[in-house]
Design a protein around this ligand. Structure first.
Ligand SMILES: Cc1cc2nc3c(=O)[nH]c(=O)nc-3n(C[C@H](O)[C@H](O)[C@H](O)COP(=O)(O)OP(=O)(O)OC[C@H]3O[C@@H](n4cnc5c(N)ncnc54)[C@H](O)[C@@H]3O)c2cc1C
Length: 398
């Protein structure tokens, strides 16, 4: 009997977990047919997207080659950018690494093409933390500014060169600003600058941090950030980053050497032309078992899909934490569908337990969990260990 081909588009946090879950659940065979697995991604390896800010502060490599993963043994990797899904003909179209267009047939398809970082209009200045290259550019810029500051005699100009604005105070803005403040202080000391001159402003358009939890958690997070050297400015958005300063929504002008945008994620825009049914926001429409509407054998999860808990109507957030739970369930759904049994149904992560962890630099973590109205906050070294574990689990490194 012919092999059954299972293609996973996207080897991000969710695509990797999906592949492993389907492999584990099926053990590579179903109804007497061997399953051939193909992973197609436009990148040469798994990008640890949650650590995107790391190359902006240090020189950490955040792309893990596919060969690192032992569970990918026997899986075919194709480097290519998928352009469309022909669900009637059960094939995908893609452009390979040499720009050649080709077709790939599938029996089962998992669409996990994720999201991209939202960018401001190009005339608004600054640098958006979109990918490892943008992160490396950010690092070059602030380091060059500190070197200039070390030779600057004008106090105000020195202050400007040692200041940074991070626009957008979601979790990635918080983590970026905390790690930047620590790293910039270290670099300042080595250049003979006063580390306490380093100022990292974190601009929030809201009146509190961490809207995912209660106000007191946001207040505590503000306190920990301030100990790291980050000043949070509330109810102020960056309107424009111009030479030497940022213009704020309240009319203020803040002199800084660099503005970094961390304004959230949007579903992968490539989905718009893939031929799959989408919500108005551009996420793939799926049922409560992640099956793409009107496309037999096609599933979609992670940041690129709109996943709703049928019990409470709550949509999952674009978070690796949520996506990994979806992937584990997807393995069970796929085998149930193939064997003609009832499949498990999506359940939101929040209905099990609310859980967020934030890294604030070496040995500083911030973890918040909530269940049955009881809240738990863990900070310091233990919080950092939990944060590291979550990063590693997200990228299947533990
Ligand atoms: C700075 C930052 C910090 C974050 N922190 C957290 C956090 O603390 N906790 C948390 O839960 N979440 C966090 N997130 C969100 C988390 O990164 C995403 O939810 C997660 O990456 C989603 O995984 P995914 O696999 O669905 O998508 P992605 O990680 O976006 O992966 C998509 C994959 O598809 C590939 N791809 C895209 N288009 C194509 C195509 N056309 N053809 C072939 N391949 C394609 C990409 O190369 C990529 O490998 C953070 C995000 C950022 C940017």
């Amino acid at each position: 009997m012919n092999d059954l081909t299972c293609v996973i588009i996207g080897g991000g946090h969710v695509g990797l977990h999906s592949l492993k879950a389907i492999k584990d659940e099926t053990r590579g065979m179903v109804n007497g047919r061997r399953i051939r697995f193909v992973l197609i991604d436009k990148q040469p390896g798994h990008v640890r997207k949650m650590l995107l800010f790391r190359p902006a502060v240090g020189q950490e490599e955040i792309t893990i080659p596919w060969t690192h993963y032992s569970f990918l043994e026997g899986v075919e990797h194709v480097r290519g950018k998928v352009t469309s899904v022909d669900s009637g003909g059960k094939q995908i179209r893609f452009e390979d690494a040499h720009g050649i267009h080709a077709l790939m047939p599938y029996d089962l398809l998992v669409v996990a093409v994720g999201s991209v970082v939202r960018q401001p209009a190009s005339d608004r200045g600054g640098i958006a933390l979109t990918d490892p290259q943008a992160a490396a550019d950010i690092r070059e810029r602030w380091r060059a500014n500190l070197r200039k500051a070390a030779g600057e005699t004008n106090r105000e100009e020195r202050k400007r060169l040692t200041s940074i604005a991070v626009a957008g105070a979601g979790i990635s803005g918080v983590e970026t600003s905390a790690e930047l403040a620590l790293e910039m202080r270290k670099e300042a000391s080595s250049l003979g600058l006063d580390p306490s001159d380093i100022t990292v402003y974190l601009l929030s358009g809201q009146n509190q941090l961490f809207l995912e939890g209660p106000e007191k958690v946001g207040i505590k997070l503000d306190r920990v950030l301030s100990e790291c050297g980050v000043t949070v400015l509330y109810n102020r958005k960056v309107m424009q980053a111009e030479a030497g300063a940022v213009k704020l929504s309240n009319g203020d002008r803040l002199p800084v050497g660099l503005c970094i945008w961390t304004i959230g994620l949007i579903p992968n825009p490539a989905l718009r032309s893939m031929g799959l049914p989408l919500t108005s926001d551009g996420q793939v429409l799926v049922d409560e078992c992640y099956r793409v509407q009107g496309a037999t054998g096609v599933y979609s999860i992670g940041d690129c899909a709109r996943i709703v808990d049928p019990e409470n109507g709550k949509a999952d957030l674009m978070r690796a934490g949520e996506g990994v739970l979806q992937a584990d369930r997807l393995g069970k759904i796929v085998i149930a569908d193939l064997e003609g049994r009832p499949a498990p149904v999506h359940k939101s992560a929040g209905s099990i337990m609310e859980f967020f962890c934030i890294g604030l630099g070496e040995n500083r973590g911030f973890v918040w969990g909530s269940k049955w109205g009881l809240h738990m906050i863990i900070t310091g070294k233990l919080g950092w260990k939990i944060r590291q574990l979550a990063w590693d689990k997200g990228s299947m490194l533990r």
